[in-house]
Design a protein around this ligand. Structure first.
Ligand code: UDP
Length: 407
């Protein structure tokens, strides 16, 4: 049995047959994905799941990573923040660092794809090699919320974006005027990955012991995200404190390190300070062990994603797939995943988050129903098979003058 066959009972046979057919049309093409980190964050998460399936379907799909120095990742994190609309100073020297490291990657990287699939701003300048790779098609995949970017930074990136053949965004709100054709493709989760599969009682016990969490004591409110100001972990603590006045509960904050995110320690320090030694706050800085995230999501009573900006928020799909009631900010790709009061609760402030968490903790039957509806929504819209289908259709459209795929 192939891996892809396992998805049939979840999404239906016709969907899997279609994937096989589309893959057949891509025989002989090499797809080269490039991003800036192999672990940590949503991009690495998705690529690690898409690659094996595409390869199994017979599409030659590869993944390479650019080289970067700590200085370079400081700059790209500032670019990331500026794209999210945060007031950020990027000095001349910082731009020079970006250009120097980009030039080094442009010179040294082995670029060989028929379709070059570049993720996010860090490797964006590689498109300068396009003219030397005749017939290659270039896709820029934007995973960040660019609904209200800093104008200067966006204009700088536009010089590169305009050289691509297509640009992919996760929400229609992120669209801008640009030369390449724009495509809306949402990310996805893999129901069979260690992060989403069923877990055993032994696995649950091991994780709870390791992190000294007892779910029988008090209901668990949990947010799982890199320690990043835009994920607002301190806001989650404030919301928890408001809830705690009415419902006794414990808060679990979980974050790992992404190789391309230099801000972890600073934000984690702020979180510990805000937690102020409260024994019911578990602020965990964890290694990248997917099944542990899975367990922590499953033992939670309410899952929060109180982001200030968000490209998509895979964590929301992951939580809903486990039929958990979710409280999440109405930003970026989150409203695509949550229909308010049907498949979760959307919020717009710390107070709003606190109100929604309290409501769910007080009404378990309502919370259960929201979780169930949310899971069905994810099944229909945000699983890996849909994502792969849309990528393959886009690849094929790049070889059609009209942009329409005729099979
Ligand atoms: N994640 C993880 N461990 C952590 C925190 C996050 O494995 O401690 C995972 C999370 O489960 C999700 C991904 O990292 O799969 C984060 O993707 P998302 O789109 O939510 O946010 P990003 O970090 O890309 O902004």
């Amino acid at each position: 049995m192939q891996k892809i066959d396992r998805y049939e009972p979840i999404v239906g046979k016709s969907k899997i047959d279609e994937l096989r057919m589309l893959a057949g049309y891509l025989k002989g093409k090499v797809i080269q994905h490039i991003n800036s980190t192999a672990v940590g964050g949503g991009v690495a998460e998705i690529l690690s799941k898409i690659l094996p399936l595409m390869q199994e379907l017979g599409v030659n799909t590869q993944w390479d990573i650019i080289k970067g120095s700590p200085d370079f990742f400081d700059v790209t994190k500032s670019i990331h923040n500026a794209l999210h609309g945060k007031d950020t100073l990027i000095t001349k020297e910082m731009w020079k660092t970006f250009n120097d490291i980009s030039s080094q990657n442009i010179r040294e990287m082995n670029l060989y794809g028929d379709i070059m699939f570049i993720h996010d701003p860090q490797p964006i300048a590689l498109v300068k090699r396009k003219s030397g790779m005749r017939k290659s098609k270039w896709i820029w995949r934007c995973h960040v919320d660019v609904s209200a970017p800093d104008r200067k930074v966006w204009d700088f990136l536009s010089n590169f974006i305009d050289q691509y053949d297509a640009a992919i965004f996760s929400s229609a709100h992120f669209s801008h005027k640009m030369k390449p054709k724009q495509v809306l493709i949402s990310p996805s989760i893999d129901p069979f990955s260690d992060k989403n599969r069923e877990v055993t009682q032994d696995e649950i016990d091991a994780v709870l012991n390791k992190y000294k969490i007892d779910p029988r004591q008090k209901p668990i409110v949990c947010q799982i995200s890199r320690y990043d100001a835009l994920k607002d972990p301190v806001g989650v603590i404030e919301a928890y404190k408001m809830v705690k006045k009415y419902v006794d509960c414990q808060l679990v904050l979980v974050g790992n390190r992404a190789a391309d995110d230099p801000e972890t320690d600073k934000i984690y320090g702020q979180v510990l300070e805000a937690a102020g030694g409260d024994p019911d706050i578990h602020a965990l800085l964890v290694e990248d062990i997917p099944y542990e995230i899975n367990v922590l999501q499953r033992v939670s009573d309410v899952i929060v994603q109180k982001s200030i900006r968000e490209g998509f928020a895979l964590t929301v799909s992951e939580a809903l797939w486990k039929a958990k009631p979710v409280v999440a900010s109405a930003v970026g790709g989150i409203p695509l995943q949550i229909k308010h009061k049907y498949g979760g609760l959307l919020c717009h402030s710390i107070e709003g988050a606190a109100f929604a968490i309290k409501q769910l903790l007080n009404a378990p039957e309502y919370a259960r129903k929201l979780g169930e509806n949310g899971k069905e929504h994810i099944r229909q819209n945000f699983l890996l098979t849909r994502h792969i289908r849309e990528y393959m259709l886009l690849f094929l459209s790049l070889y059609s003058d009209s942009g329409v795929v005729t099979l």
